[in-house]
Design a protein around this ligand. Structure first.
Ligand code: UDP
Ligand code: MG
Length: 324
């Protein structure tokens, strides 16, 4: 009989003690269903990544793991954010399975889309992006800013699948290649398309959070968006150069005009215009410096090559596995 692929579901968790007891059985039911349908291997697993939670999320993960070996967990030594938690899970899983599916633990992403994701993998796709078919559960503000963000990103030359967040199937072959991407500022949804391989999208409805609250307030969302743009594209810095050229040309024309006016003996009482020009140039210069500074800051961070995640604990099966 043909060998079925071993699936690991990677689930980042930060302060999710309210949510986990409800969603964990949903994930294991889905795995059982896929195993029964003979789509995946019976030893498929669910890997929770505790991202330095301050509540008893890790205790719940350990309890789940003790009750059912299908549930496994790793615990980050501190909170490092959603992107790093997903990466930690993917890197932990990459040599132990054939496919991974990353998904949030709050039940917002439709678990049933996994059936089609696995089907697409069996048909030869190495990456399957989960794409939200609508954004009705979002507020008007989140919907509009998200759409604007995807437009800006694509305009900047970054290849990002529209309305895809971090619900995706990735094969271990892609993960092996992905391990060579060493950046510290992670924006996974923009990085996976860079790996290449055959990919496709699967559409699903996004629901409301089952319990608890979002950990992505406006400030964090903006930070992620900014990281996405500056990590994936150097176009902003080129725009600054372009702006510099235009301003220099205008400045040069202005100087010639001023000389001509002075030679003609017509003095200019141009206090207002001088102030305007100074402000304009000052503004442009400051903006440029800010953007350049952002890139220099990023380069500085990247040269440190700090570990992107540090695992402090493992559930029993994973410890034995590592030693073997
Ligand atoms: N998360 C994480 N670390 C963080 C913040 C969030 O691992 O610092 C996890 C969280 O537990 C959830 C997922 O990332 O599984 C998405 O977070 P959330 O649902 O709060 O974001 P939203 O869906 O509102 O964008
Ligand atoms: Mg959520």
């Amino acid at each position: 009989m043909e060998k079925k692929p071993c699936l690991w579901i990677i689930i980042p968790c930060y302060n999710e003690s309210e949510v986990l007891p409800i969603t964990a059985p949903m994930f294991s039911d889905k795995i059982e269903q896929l195993v029964q349908a003979e789509k995946i291997a019976p030893d498929s697993r669910i890997l929770f990544v505790n991202d330095g939670s301050k509540d008893d999320t890790w205790e719940i993960i350990c309890r789940l793991s003790a009750e059912n070996p299908r549930f496994q967990g790793i615990c980050q030594s501190r909170n490092r954010g959603h992107q790093n938690a997903v990466l930690a899970g993917l890197m932990e899983a990459k040599e132990r399975c054939d496919i991974t599916i990353s998904i949030d633990c709050d039940g917002q992403d439709d678990i049933n889309a996994m059936d089609q994701m696995v089907e697409e993998y069996l048909n030869g796709c190495e990456i399957v992006y989960g794409v939200r078919s609508s954004r009705e559960t979002d507020t008007w503000f989140k919907r509009t800013t998200a759409q604007g963000f995807y437009k800006v990103l694509n305009g900047m030359g970054a290849e990002v699948v529209y309305n895809h967040a971090d619900y995706r199937l990735v094969s271990s072959q892609v993960l092996q290649a992905f391990a060579d991407f060493h950046e510290v500022n992670l924006f996974l949804r923009g990085m996976f398309p860079l790996v290449g391989f055959k990919s496709t999208s699967v559409y699903y409805e996004r629901h409301e959070r089952i319990a608890g609250e979002s950990h992505y307030p406006l400030k964090k969302m903006l930070a992620l968006a900014f990281d996405g743009i500056t990590s994936l594209s150097v176009r902003p810095i080129r725009m600054v150069t372009g702006m510099g050229v235009i301003v220099s040309i205008l400045g040069f024309i202005g100087i010639i005009w001023a000389i001509v006016v002075a030679l003609m003996g017509k003095s200019i009482a141009g206090w207002a215009s001088i102030v305007c020009i100074v402000c304009f140039l000052g503004g442009i210069q400051l903006l440029s410096l800010g953007i350049i500074g952002e890139y220099i800051g990023k380069t500085y961070m990247e040269t440190k090559r700090r570990p992107r995640y540090i695992i402090s604990e493992r559930t029993e099966e994973l410890i034995c596995d590592k030693k073997a």
